[in-house]
Design a protein around this ligand. Structure first.
Ligand code: MN
Ligand code: MN
Ligand code: MN
Length: 337
């Protein structure tokens, strides 16, 4: 019998920001079907998901991808956390998504900093000071301005080898800041792939002695950009509307629901959504064609395609849970049309 290594991934119960946890299950004769992944359990009292007295939480496999960073027959298994009675745990954002027919498509733009844990600074920052101001780093080329390319190249290779639908990467506006973009048809699937891509990035960082900083404003109230996770989304209505009025109606449905959205768009997002650095203020809502200072941008391509396309919610932060972001967007769009 051939042994296979299954790495079970889940989100812990820490508030306000959940982190990835994972552990390995060795099984016999596994060929990659998520249906063949057994249920598993873990000690929820060690992850703020249960009390010590009855601490077992369940891991329900929901997606399975090849694990390119490990030798042999190796797989990454995304799971949902369930209570002992089989109901969804309160930390389980994936279970809150109302998109059973995968009508919603999501494209997430994940920004982050490569971080030197020894000096607690972004990669490329000199000790005790700052590099030259923002300007030359975005999409930069050359070792004067691009820091950590070997890390992000390795991460991209792994994502593609795992079968994740990553659509691109780029160096971002701040030094040591990077972005990758993922796209999937189905809100839950988009979340699965983003979390697995985050996992692979963390593991690549381990190899290089680097941390991944997901904070939306890691350099505080400075002129250095924060990190976001723009959420591009569509459903059949948006993809086929052919009518500006439909877009207005959907965008306007977001206006009265600022609080609901911001509550799942990431902790400390108020430090990022200041109205500066291509953001709208956290307590305001606006939308507009090609407007990068709006909460929701209507991409020019949507307009030139005759109002058939998608929308971009620019508010989600880099540390947001894509499951909860998607769940809230699905809810607002479905309530509008
Ligand atoms: Mn982008
Ligand atoms: Mn970006
Ligand atoms: Mn964007």
């Amino acid at each position: 019998m051939a042994k296979a290594k299954l790495e079970y991934l889940w989100l812990d119960g820490y508030k306000p920001t959940q982190s990835l946890r994972s552990k390995t299950k060795v099984v016999d004769d596994f060929s990659g079907n998520v249906e063949d992944c057994p249920m598993w359990s873990f000690d929820g009292s060690s992850t703020q998901q249960a009390e010590g007295g009855s601490s077992d939480c369940l891991l329900k496999p929901v997606a399975c991808y090849p694990d390119p960073g490990r030798s042999g027959n190796s797989w990454l298994v995304m799971t949902e956390v369930l209570n002992a009675d089989g109901s969804a745990h309160e930390s389980n954002g994936r279970a809150t998504i109302d998109d059973d027919d995968d009508d919603f498509w999501f494209g997430f733009e994940q920004e982050y900093f490569l971080w030197d844990p020894e000096h607690n600074l972004p990669l490329g920052f000199p000790q005790g000071g700052y590099p030259a101001p923002q300007g030359p780093y975005y999409c930069s080329v050359g070792s004067k301005n691009a820091f950590g390319r070997e890390v992000i190249e390795e991460h991209l290779e792994m994502c593609l080898d795992a079968g994740l639908n990553i659509e691109g990467i780029n160096a971002e506006v701040a030094a040591g800041q990077w972005e990758f973009q993922g796209f999937a048809k189905g809100a839950a699937k988009a979340g699965d792939e983003l979390w697995i891509a985050r996992y692979l990035l963390e593991r690549t960082g381990e190899k290089y002695g680097l941390a991944i900083n997901w904070h939306p404003k890691p350099l505080g109230p400075t002129d250095w950009n924060g990190s976001g996770m723009h959420a591009n989304f569509s459903n059949t209505v948006l993809r086929t509307a052919g009518d500006k009025a439909v877009y207005d109606k959907i965008c306007e449905a977001f206006g009265p629901r600022i609080k609901e959205h911001i509550s799942v768009y990431g902790a400390d997002n108020d430090k990022r959504l200041t109205g500066l650095h291509e953001t709208q203020s956290i307590d305001k809502f606006s939308y507009g064609v090609s407007d990068r200072g709006a909460s929701i941008r209507i991409p020019l391509a949507t307009v030139t395609s005759g109002w058939k396309g998608w929308l971009e919610d620019r508010r989600p932060a880099s540390n947001a849970d894509p499951y909860r972001v998607a769940a809230e967007i699905v809810k607002t769009v479905k309530g509008a049309v």
